[in-house]
Design a protein around this ligand. Structure first.
Ligand code: ZN
Length: 466
């Protein structure tokens, strides 16, 4: 097998074909595993030969990293964490000993913002960008993108790698690209004007951004269905596109369909988790692009299909800074689903619904913010935004208060009757209790109380003392 693979950029499937790579996308999973093993064997050997970090990391590995015999052997290599990368990059700045290519071969530098610690740096070579473009074009083709579409990339063009991946994928596919960006003052108003003027058929951003765009459009007197022309939207960076109520809300607001995508910044220039145009929530795992294992959070052993665990990701064709068995820290459930697209990949059935760290334990129940979001968005009076307030008094259990906006008409009623909101609050409390199994406190706020986000929403306010 030729490794690293080179993809001719002249290739394009017929527009009416469902798949970009029909054989790879529909083959029997066991047969695909052989291809994946072949790629991983070379990927691991390459990293071991070219990276001082992996040489050290695999020194006591129970298997021979230079000659892996099976996927079971692969699963015995140590798991790589964000802390490993941070520590390595701190000792050997800026890239750590991950790079594997001469620094002058780096085509673009990316990274994480480092909001929760030292930023992580990614140096990505030109050949890798070509492979990224191919992988992204493939999954976008599956999402329903075609060369006659116009894609508006309405996410920040900065360190955040998602926007760049979407851009190169759409370019490779031959679509018209509109790299709009987001985040500058007044830019959402401009996004409304430009969407109405250019009428892009496809939008990329975050689910929060799409809802904010619709809200802004309505404030400006425009209708998101009548005045825009979005046929579908694809999202990453937040779980919302697989949160059923949020997904439906976006689909109904814009009259379009929604595709969920995304894994981790460390992996995603290679987009490998993505729904297709048929899948109603969730993401297929395009295993021959990036190989995903599902791992038990405690034992760190592989879990079979049907189980919930932490996705662990491995590049299969990255020569600059490859990540092998990277611990995502997310929680998801995987299984085979009978998708009308006919692809034979496993699927993250309800997408990525939270981070292990975001899980809130309320009276013994595991609760994810995305679950609460789903409940709130299915209630008519919900005003669009919410916050989760976490408190703990010394020696006490954690207390969760859901602060939810309610629509103006509901809120205004209490001016005339101070008790008018009580039945609304009772409905919120009852719906939440039914869905998550425990009672939580609910505080109602007027619509517009909480800041709208153009990027990733931060909705947990943690006031717990350690
Ligand atoms: Zn599908």
């Amino acid at each position: 097998m030729e490794w690293p693979p080179l993809y001719p950029d002249s290739y394009s499937p017929p527009a009416d074909q469902e798949y970009w790579s029909p054989e790879l996308e529909t083959m029997a999973p066991e047969q695909r595993d052989q291809i994946i093993l072949g790629k991983l064997r070379q990927q691991v050997r390459y990293a071991f030969d070219n990276s001082g970090f992996y040489q050290e990391f695999y020194r006591n590995a129970p298997v021979d990293p230079a000659n892996l015999a099976s996927l079971e052997e692969f699963a015995r290599l140590p798991i790589l964490t964000k802390e490993d990368i941070r520590r390595e990059q701190e000792i050997h700045p800026p890239y750590g000993r991950f790079l594997c290519v001469p620094p002058e071969d780096i085509f673009r530098v990316h990274g994480t913002s480092g909001t929760t610690g030292r930023p992580t740096v990614f140096g990505i070579g030109k050949d890798d960008w070509d492979r990224i473009a191919e992988a992204h074009a493939r999954i976008l083709w599956g999402a329903g993108l075609r060369p006659d579409d116009t894609v508006m990339v309405a996410a920040v063009f900065s360190l955040y790698v998602g926007s760049w991946g979407a851009l190169v994928g759409a370019e490779r596919l031959g679509a018209t690209c509109f790299p709009f960006g987001s985040g500058a003052p007044g830019q959402t108003e401009r996004a409304v004007e430009w969407s109405a003027m250019v009428k892009p058929s496809v939008l990329y951003g975050t689910p929060s951004y799409a809802l904010y765009l619709a809200e802004t459009a309505r404030q400006m007197g425009l209708d998101p269905i009548e005045d825009f022309g979005f046929r579908f939207m694809f999202f990453s960076g937040e779980p919302g596109a697989s949160v059923p109520a949020t997904r439906r809300l976006i689909e109904e607001t814009f009259g379009c369909y929604v595709v969920d995508q995304g894994s981790m910044a460390e992996m995603t220039p290679w987009m490998s988790n993505s729904g297709c145009r048929h899948l109603d929530g969730g993401m297929h795992l395009w295993q021959d692009i990036v190989y995903t294992e599902m791992v038990d959070p405690q034992s760190k052993l592989n879990l079979p299909l049907g189980e919930e665990g932490v996705p662990v990701y491995s590049h299969t064709e990255r020569t600059s800074q490859p990540m092998i068995r990277y611990w995502s820290g997310d929680i998801a459930r995987w299984d085979m689903v009978d998708c009308p697209c006919g692809r034979t990949y496993p699927t993250l059935v309800t997408g990525i619904y939270g981070r292990v760290d975001d899980m809130i334990i309320v009276r013994g129940q595991n609760v994810f913010p995305s679950h609460i979001e789903d409940v709130l968005r299915s209630i008519d009076e919900f005003g669009g935004e919410f916050r989760l307030l976490l408190e703990r008094e010394t020696g006490q259990m954690d207390r969760l208060t859901v602060q939810a906006e309610v629509l103006d008409r509901a809120f205004a009623s209490q001016e005339f009757d101070p008790g008018a909101l009580a039945p609304v609050r009772e409905r919120f409390t009852a719906e939440l209790r039914r869905a998550i199994g425990v009672s939580v406190a609910v505080e109602l706020k007027p619509a517009g109380e909480f800041e709208r986000t153009q990027f990733k929403a931060r909705r947990i306010i943690d006031l717990r003392t350690p």
